[in-house]
Design a protein around this ligand. Structure first.
Ligand SMILES: Cc1cc2nc3c(=O)[nH]c(=O)nc-3n(C[C@H](O)[C@H](O)[C@H](O)COP(=O)(O)OP(=O)(O)OC[C@H]3O[C@@H](n4cnc5c(N)ncnc54)[C@H](O)[C@@H]3O)c2cc1C
Ligand SMILES: *[C@@H]1O[C@H](CO)[C@@H](O)[C@H](O)[C@H]1NC(C)=O
Ligand SMILES: *[C@@H]1O[C@H](CO)[C@@H](O)[C@H](O)[C@H]1NC(C)=O
Ligand SMILES: *[C@@H]1O[C@H](CO)[C@@H](O)[C@H](O)[C@H]1NC(C)=O
Length: 492
């Protein structure tokens, strides 16, 4: 859907002045109380002020894809686990809410081919570099430069947003950060982009493939932008929220005093009142069906054929579901003893790794596994010795059968299996979903098709709040503005 043309009214300065006195929206509905919905509620309130009624509909639990699982009376992150150091909105939430960073517990990682380790991290920083150099030559350096350049341009978004600038489409957002090259990065694979900057095929097959399997459960064919974001996460230092990342969602909702309505939204229909669009949200809760009217609605759950469980009514042209699929994935949280023999270490005491990535090998039945730490870590906490029982998170495409579990673990106390639609199944030939579905009806989750992470969702949430605000007060200068790098410099 193309962005709507600016109303002609705006060309008349007198009317523009009158519009500056417009009352804020009376009510905003947010569909979904994951990180996206919570952040939209927070940023919308920052923009429009506390008098706006904020209703957040949630069919399951607050937090969505941020959740914990309990093993042996301790909680562990079961889904979105690690946050990149440069995630400025996430940092800001944690600070605003008085939450803390969880203490880092060091652990080494390695890449397993199904038969042996193709790359092993050691205690020695210089030795690690030497090994990368020895195996892959200058590829490693080229990769670092490539990721750094993408991140540096991406970070411009914070400056734009601090100045109130918003974008009406994902393409416009990307273009303003990194020009057409950024838009292109959603249309070609990470492998293609890296080979072009001189990274070798071997490095792509061994290292890049392993990182993408562990982060997105997909191959080096994922688009370059999503790939760069996940490689940045693998390269730099990461953090997590003490007590669980989901505390950010409940914290933001509490802070905004939003009404969290435990109900499934079944549809949105368009009405008009005194020439204004009004959105009726239909829902189904434990007390039956209901509906309510809003000036503005933000949908923060992916709309795609296998998931879209609601209907848009009276919209002309109709709002279609977007041609996109989600990648099913399985997380098994296992409390048990690692079978280090399988990894070539007959003596379990000598097994040195806390995190095992894998290469794209047909026989391998898992994508990655990590020895995970609880969400609350005391000062006395230490990682379990490799011969002790520990909690491992195993990511795979299919549920693990008994035989496979017996291959990875000598024995185990418990297994908790979670199957979900984790993230988009990336396809660089498909175009990106829209942000604007109608005048004051916005779609947040499309950003996952650029890259799926907590920080991307937070960036998109702030963009939607700014876009909604700039459109409401018809401040069109602040939407899709060209040459922002130059503008924000002169505005400072
Ligand atoms: C296994 C896994 C590992 C991940 N690892 C990381 C990581 O390490 N780092 C990182 O940054 N990101 C990671 N992510 C991604 C991150 O978790 C997500 O990007 C983020 O949590 C998405 O938030 P969201 O609010 O957009 O969507 P969701 O969290 O999915 O929230 C949508 C909410 O809407 C609700 N809902 C859906 N339909 C309706 C309806 N009709 N009516 C009412 N409510 C509805 C759902 O119940 C849900 O609570 C991971 C994700 C998964 C699954
Ligand atoms: C983007 O891709 C198109 C076609 O694939 C190409 O013509 C164009 O030069 C690319 N632009 C940049 C900046 O890479
Ligand atoms: C875990 O950490 C959170 C946040 O710091 C805190 O509120 C909670 O009480 C802690 N829980 C335990 C069991 O220590
Ligand atoms: C452990 O791994 C070895 C080597 O692959 C395998 O022979 C054995 O069956 C596995 N399982 C157990 C329980 O030892």
């Amino acid at each position: 859907m193309a962005p709507l043309p600016p109303p002609l009214l705006l060309l008349v300065p007198a009317l523009l002045a009158a519009s500056a006195g417009r009352a804020p929206p009376r009510s905003i509905a947010v569909v979904g109380a994951g990180l996206g919905g919570s952040a939209v509620a927070y940023f919308s309130q920052q923009q429009f002020g506390p008098q706006v009624q904020l209703d957040v509909y949630e069919q399951a639990g607050v937090g969505g894809r941020l959740a914990t699982v309990t093993v042996n009376k301790q909680q562990y992150e079961s889904r979105g686990a690690s946050i990149h150091a440069l995630s400025l909105h996430m940092q800001d939430f944690v600070k605003t809410l008085g939450l803390k960073h969880r203490r880092e517990v060091p652990g080494k990682s390695a890449i397993f081919s199904g038969e042996h380790f193709v790359l092993e991290e050691t205690d020695w920083y210089l030795l690690n570099l030497f090994r990368l150099w020895w195996h892959y030559g200058i590829s490693f350096l080229r990769l670092q430069m490539w990721v750094e350049e993408v991140m540096e341009k991406f970070m411009r978004i914070y400056k734009y947003q601090a100045h109130g600038y918003a974008f009406s489409s994902l393409e416009e957002l990307l273009r303003s950060l990194g020009g057409d090259a950024f838009v292109n990065m959603t249309q070609r694979s990470v492998a293609e982009s890296l080979l072009e900057v001189g990274v070798t095929q071997r490095f792509v097959d061994d290292v890049i493939a392993a990182v993408l399997r562990s982060s997105y459960g997909q191959s080096v064919l994922v688009p370059a932008f999503a790939g760069a974001m996940s490689l940045a996460g693998a390269q730099g230092s990461t953090w997590a929220v003490e007590g669980g990342n989901k505390l950010v969602c409940s914290g933001l909702l509490k802070l905004t005093k939003a009404n969290v309505i435990p109900a499934r939204v079944t549809g949105i229909s368009l009405h008009s009142s005194e020439g204004r669009a009004l959105y009726q949200v239909h829902y189904e809760g434990s007390e039956g069906q209901g509906s309510a009217f809003y000036d503005m609605v933000v949908v923060t759950t992916p709309l795609h054929p296998s998931r879209s469980n609601f209907i848009f009514e009276n919209f002309e042209p109709p709002i279609a579901s977007f041609p996109s699929a989600f990648q099913p994935s399985v997380t098994s949280v296992v409390h048990g003893y690692l079978n280090s023999s399988y990894f070539g270490f007959p003596d379990p005491k000598l097994f040195p790794f806390a995190s095992i990535l894998t290469t794209d090998t047909p026989d391998l039945f898992f994508n990655a596994m990590d020895n995970i730490c609880p969400v609350n870590i005391s000062a006395a906490f230490r990682r379990k010795q490799p011969q002790e029982a520990a909690v491992w998170r195993v990511l795979s495409q299919q549920p693990l059968d008994k035989q496979q579990l017996k291959t990875l673990f000598r024995s185990y106390y418990s297994v908790q299996v979670m199957e979900w639609q984790s993230y988009p199944r990336y396809d660089s030939t498909k175009s990106l979903p829209p942000i604007m579905l109608h005048d004051n009806l916005f779609y947040l989750s499309g950003v996952e098709w650029v890259a799926s992470s907590m920080e991307m969702i937070a960036v998109a949430a702030k963009n939607v709040a700014l876009l909604a605000y700039n459109r409401w007060y018809q401040d069109l200068e602040k939407i899709d503005q060209k040459d922002l790098m130059h503008k924000v410099k002169t505005e400072l």
